[in-house]
Design a protein around this ligand. Sequence first.
Ligand SMILES: Nc1ncnc2c1ncn2[C@@H]1O[C@H](COP(=O)(O)OP(=O)(O)OP(=O)(O)O)[C@@H](O)[C@H]1O
Ligand SMILES: [Mg+2]
Length: 336
Amino acid sequence: MSNAPPSLLTVRDLSVSFATTRGEAKVLRGVSLDMARGQIVGVVGESGSGKSTLATALLRLMPGNLLRMTGEMALDGTDLLTLSPARMRALRGARISMIFQDPMSALNPVFSIRTLMTDVQRAKTPGASRAQMHARAVAMLDKVGIPDAAERIRDYPHQFSGGMRQRIMIAMALLTEPDLLIADEPTTALDVTIEAQIVRLLEALRDNTGVSILFISHSLGLVAELCDQVVVMYAGTVVESGPADALFARPAHPYTQALLACEQSTRDQSDAKLVVIPGEVPDLTRVPTGCIFAGRCAHVMPECRAQVPALRSAGPGHRAACFLVQAPSQPPEAAP
Ligand SMILES: Nc1ncnc2c1ncn2[C@@H]1O[C@H](COP(=O)(O)OP(=O)(O)OP(=O)(O)O)[C@@H](O)[C@H]1O
Ligand SMILES: [Mg+2]
């Protein structure tokens, strides 16, 4: 019998394309992932790899130039792709919450924190009194580490620092008691000390509430620290996925290896200059045949340009889409 925890979110072969002046941009192609309850799953990849598109696709918050969205996405068995707009709206307020990179753009500046935090509760608990909603909001602000929460709840977003605003966003997202919290680069605008605090906070919230978190980040270091599972995206596809410890200890895809090497070199530089993978991300209106990473890969072979490599096993629960991937050999049976 399998001991795998039951899946909360299942995404199968998700493809998304947008209409652009250059033609159809195939921004996500055949993305699959699974998330168990209480798991923190990291999504990493360079800018433009499709991380935010995946997040907004899960919420069905797509821009007007969406051309096609196919595949399967299910939250706890509810098909997210075919849900009516009204039911999807209800689900967004109640079961999936999102925290964005820039809390200022998501917190309406003309309302006090108390009003903002009362409004998010209305959909979930329509029968609750103002006093009850106020008490819950103060308790949640306290939980995410806002000092003097009972006083500060009367303040407006601009009266808080960036780190505190991010905490307020997280508190608002959690007030609806979601099953799934999507955090799209939630710490990019913050300094490293505050970043570390927010990461600890997300970890504690998962431990205390059992929420599942999809954590999107440029930072492999943060993902390694926080996440149970990792999905590596490149140019709209998943090139590698697996348990965080195995994936970071033995990255199997040349793209993941290159990302890790760049992050290490950036850390080692005295001038803090960002080291990047040489070459350019392919134009998604003209997706090349073969492996999507072939044009930048240090190990490219002729077959890589002819055929898309399927995901292959690189170890237990660990898979990578590369012809060079080999499953680690089993340890020899103990002699009798
Ligand atoms: N509405 C749109 N129309 C056309 N192309 C789009 C649209 N939204 C995103 N894209 C393109 O899709 C690709 C993926 O974008 P996305 O924002 O999902 O990447 P990302 O991984 O979140 O990047 P970043 O790390 O910079 O946030 C990019 O090439 C982007 O230009
Ligand atoms: Mg993004």
